[in-house]
Design a protein around this ligand. Structure first.
Ligand code: MF3
Ligand code: CO
Length: 266
């Protein structure tokens, strides 16, 4: 069942979403070679609690960390760990927060130094595809219009692999609400988009083939060919002429640009 949000509820969700954006901004400030993803996870947990939020990923189906940090061939649900990040790493940071009962959940992919031409193109195109999808997230369209726009820009146009096994989702009182939001699909199909639907739209796009597998830990999803995967996610409310993006990449991008250890010339 799809839950449509009132304007008041959307404003509460914006607070949650912006707190996620702020936590990703903190990460953008401190990312550098030599830092461990576990230390980033600790910063995220402290930031969330300092702002009266609850890290929603922690203990979700037994997930053991505050965040998912997915490096290079890890698609999503990477466990923060003690390995030091190094020059050329492509790092997706995914954070979920409950604040006053409402969920925020989004992700951003950073590069430590120069990740190379192919990865730069993959990151650029994946982020663009998120906005192509969001352009279609308006009243009167159907869900398949969002999915198709993401697929068209990444797999059809650029030959990248769109992960099929993992999808975006409705967001609200629960982290995962209806409907599912695949990153591939057919125009004009699926549920009609209506005012007050809030979706987490999250392209997960592979440099090589679309095929993935899950590690023995039950969480870590990797590309089968071990080539890079990139993940961006925004929280979006369906409106009449233009979607309302509740999350905010502007402060994250500003911190990315200001951090000399991060590549930002996309
Ligand atoms: N952003 C992801 C999602 O939408 C992460 C949640 S997985 C968790 O599904 F287990 F870490 F919570
Ligand atoms: Co999500």
């Amino acid at each position: 069942m799809i839950h449509y949000k009132t304007n008041e509820e959307v404003e509460l969700m914006r607070v949650s979403a912006l707190l996620v954006s702020a936590s990703l901004t903190e990460i953008a400030k401190i990312l550098k070679p030599g830092i461990t993803t576990l230390s980033l996870d600790i910063v995220i947990g402290e930031f969330i609690r300092d702002h009266q939020g609850i890290p929603s990923f922690l203990n979700y189906n037994g997930y053991p960390f505050n965040s998912c940090i997915s490096v290079n061939e890890v698609v999503v649900h990477g466990f923060p760990n003690g390995t030091e990040l190094k020059e050329g790493d492509v790092v997706s940071v995914d954070v979920g927060i409950i604040k006053d009962g409402w969920h925020g959940d989004h992700a951003y992919t950073f590069s430590i130094g120069d990740p190379g031409k192919e990865n730069i193109q993959l990151i650029k195109v994946t982020k663009e595809s998120l906005y192509k999808g969001i352009e279609k997230a308006v009243v009167g369209n159907r869900l398949g219009d969002i999915s198709f726009a993401i697929w068209e820009h990444t797999e059809k146009k650029c030959g990248f692999g769109v992960v099929r096994e993992l999808v975006g989702h409705g967001l609200g009182i629960e982290m995962h609400e209806d409907p599912q939001v695949p990153n591939y699909g057919r125009r004009g199909t699926g549920p009609k988009l209506k005012e007050g639907m809030v979706l987490a739209i999250e392209p997960m796009i592979n440099l090589g083939t679309k095929d993935v597998f899950t590690e023995k830990d039950g969480w870590t999803v990797k590309t089968k060919d071990l080539k890079t995967s990139v993940h961006f996610e925004h929280d979006v409310c369906i409106r009449k002429n233009k979607a309302d993006i509740l999350s905010d990449y502007i402060p994250i991008e500003a911190a990315e640009k200001a951090n000399p250890h991060l590549f930002s010339d996309y």
